[in-house]
Design a protein around this ligand. Structure first.
Ligand code: ADP
Ligand code: ADP
Length: 227
């Protein structure tokens, strides 16, 4: 089943910047795909179009076979932003619960799901802690937990590991891979690290800049086994 179809979608920003030449791309349900390329090649633009945060200037995007514009509300899709955008005055548990509160999920059910997901990302002991008391890597894990708590079918991440040190990054990478394998999520993430793209994803979409475009689409045949 195709989860995401990008059909000749291109982007010219209102100021005239040609951010992305037409892209054609199909991402199947359960695929783990990275968008790899240098700064300015249109990675964020492509991701934001898939997320529905911006509209393509031409072409269209389909999610689970429905036009992106029609599926805006009911396709469970989460977007994890580059910086951990947590509410500083709320503890970790409440930060992760926010999307469920907004969706009107009953408190008891929401609390159970938050505890489950915090355990999954190894933060079960930190529910009562404020974000600023955590390391950058842990804050990012809270953001990912908040993205996953709604049980999305699609998880989009814009350089979620960019600001992290190597050790935290490797730990986070493994956690994410476990989550994906457990939940059969479709994951698309942006990176400029070849290592990260190859280690994490099954498929690497290579992009180039000036103008932004897709130049290659590589399937990683071997599934890495980790201990
Ligand atoms: P990447 O994520 O690969 O760094 P972006 O998608 O952010 O690339 O940007 C692609 C191109 O579009 C760049 O030339 C960038 O300067 C430009 N761009 C990004 N956002 C905007 C915007 N809101 N308005 C005008 N130009 C933009
Ligand atoms: P990234 O895409 O690398 O995560 P940003 O989205 O913040 O980072 O910006 C990417 C590029 O797009 C930068 O070069 C930035 O100057 C440019 N850009 C972002 N917003 C605008 C805008 N509103 N107008 C023009 N250029 C923009």
């Amino acid at each position: 089943l195709p989860a995401i179809e990008v059909l000749s979608a291109e982007k010219i920003y209102p100021n005239g910047t040609r951010a992305l030449l037409p892209v054609d791309l199909t991402i199947r349900q359960g695929e783990f795909v990275s968008l790899l390329g240098p700064s300015g090649c249109g990675k964020s633009t492509l991701l934001k179009m898939i997320a529905g945060l911006i509209e393509p200037s031409d072409g269209k995007l389909m999610l689970f076979r429905r036009d992106r514009r029609e599926s805006q509300r009911d396709v469970p899709l989460s977007f994890v932003f580059q910086e951990a955008t947590l509410m500083p005055w709320s503890n970790v548990h409440k930060n992760v619960r926010l999307p469920l509160d907004l969706a009107g999920v009953l408190r008891a059910e929401a609390d159970t799901r938050v505890r489950e997901i915090l355990e999954l990302v190894g933060l079960e002991k930190f529910g009562h802690v404020l974000p600023r008391e955590l390391s950058g890597g842990m804050q990012m894990r809270v953001s990912i937990a908040r993205g996953l708590v709604t049980r999305p079918k699609v998880l989009l991440m814009d350089e979620p590991f960019g600001a992290l040190d190597e050790i935290t990054r490797n730990k986070l990478d493994s956690d994410l891979l476990d989550l994906w394998q457990e939940q059969k999520l479709t994951v698309v993430f942006v990176t400029h690290s070849i290592q990260e793209a190859v280690f994490l994803s099954q498929r690497v979409i290579m992009m180039a800049a000036r103008p932004g475009r897709v130049v290659d689409d590589i399937r990683i045949e071997t599934t890495l086994t980790r201990d």
